[in-house]
Design a protein around this ligand. Structure first.
Ligand SMILES: Cc1cc2nc3c(=O)[nH]c(=O)nc-3n(C[C@H](O)[C@H](O)[C@H](O)COP(=O)(O)OP(=O)(O)OC[C@H]3O[C@@H](n4cnc5c(N)ncnc54)[C@H](O)[C@@H]3O)c2cc1C
Length: 292
């Protein structure tokens, strides 16, 4: 791709994305780019917008299914240290969008700062977690966010303050091309009380989700007032398998991916589950996982 010639040091062409996603599935990206600084990132973003190249950001790929055909255009990964720094000042924790959510939770706990600990066990980067407002009944990441830095299509950094931010069920209004960093405001608490809550949240999450499987992903949003897992289970679909993709027995809203599975298997299983749940309960399940 001529348009990216000046970024030769940081581009991998035709790079298989499966290894960068939790489900370990999917084809290659035309170009996978790992910028080393904000300046480099801004130059890539500007070039993509100028040349009308599709641009996507990949976090840990925990909420992502990449099609077997792969992805056209540019995929960015913010895994270099310029994008993963975590700093703590008083009750404020600032984290780069490429930092692992788990690292932010540990850092906060180490500074006796409470709030994020109930999210322990949720995998992903800060960027992906903000985009999807991760959480559960005990809390969501969005409630602790004070400010988010984003980059627009011109490569310009902008700051979104709390009063401009909206977080809903597995959604946010953070639809800028690139999320750069977030500042969380937490509450001071006794470190041992935080660790205790963390352990409890971890045990609860571990008990309900098929975390023992290397490759298992949450697939559907819970319809208003209902549980996607319960609907799928009541439709008799637990353990239903298409190719190498199987509805988890432990939590039917997770699909387990066995060796040899393809993205097509997962997509076919999604279609099957959706149509059976619609037939049985007249409920249309919406995808939680993003499909590229
Ligand atoms: C086993 C398991 C358990 C889970 N449990 C829960 C749970 O209890 N609660 C819950 O809410 N979720 C849960 N999830 C979902 C998942 O952990 C989150 O959605 C995750 O935080 C996504 O982060 P990521 O970095 O992996 O994003 P990705 O999957 O890589 O990307 C998700 C979306 O965010 C965008 N994105 C990522 N980073 C950026 C960025 N810097 N700038 C712009 N866009 C960006 C991507 O383009 C994509 O559209 C679970 C997932 C798994 C696999």
């Amino acid at each position: 791709m001529e348009e990216l010639a000046e970024f030769a040091d940081i581009v991998k062409y035709n790079e298989p994305l499966a290894r960068y996603t939790h489900l370990r599935l999917g084809g290659p990206a035309d170009a996978l780019i790992h910028p080393r600084s904000r300046e480099e990132l801004a130059a890539v973003v500007r070039r993509c917008f100028e040349k009308h190249l599709p641009l996507r950001v990949l976090g840990c790929g925990c909420n992502l299914l990449v099609r077997d055909e792969g992805v056209r255009g540019v995929v960015l990964r913010l895994s270099q240290s310029a994008f993963t720094e975590i700093t703590v000042e008083g009750r404020r924790v600032r984290a780069g969008s490429g930092a692992a959510l788990s690292a932010v939770i540990s850092q906060a706990a180490r500074h006796a700062l409470a709030g994020l600990e109930t999210l322990v066990g949720i995998q992903g980067t800060v960027g992906g977690s903000l985009r999807c407002n991760v959480g559960d009944r005990s809390g969501e990441i969005g409630q602790f966010v004070r400010r988010v830095e984003v980059m627009d299509g011109g490569g310009v950094v902008q700051v979104r303050e709390r009063d401009e931010l909206q977080f809903g069920y597995h959604a946010s209004n953070l639809d800028d091309p690139v999320l750069l960093s977030a500042e969380f405001e937490l509450e001071q608490d006794a470190a041992d009380a935080i660790v205790k809550r963390m352990r409890k949240a971890w045990i609860l999450r571990k008990a309900s989700q098929p975390l023992t499987f290397q490759a298992a992903g949450r697939i559907f949003q819970n319809p208003r007032g209902l549980s996607a897992a319960a609907l799928i289970e009541q439709a008799g679909l637990a353990k239903t398998r298409v190719g190498g993709a199987e509805v988890s027995e432990r939590d039917a809203n997770f699909f387990v991916v066995h060796a040899g599975a393809t993205s097509r298997d997962v997509l076919r299983l999604i279609d099957l589950v959706r149509s059976r749940v619609l037939e049985r309960f007249n409920v249309e399940l919406e995808l939680e996982i993003t499909v590229w």
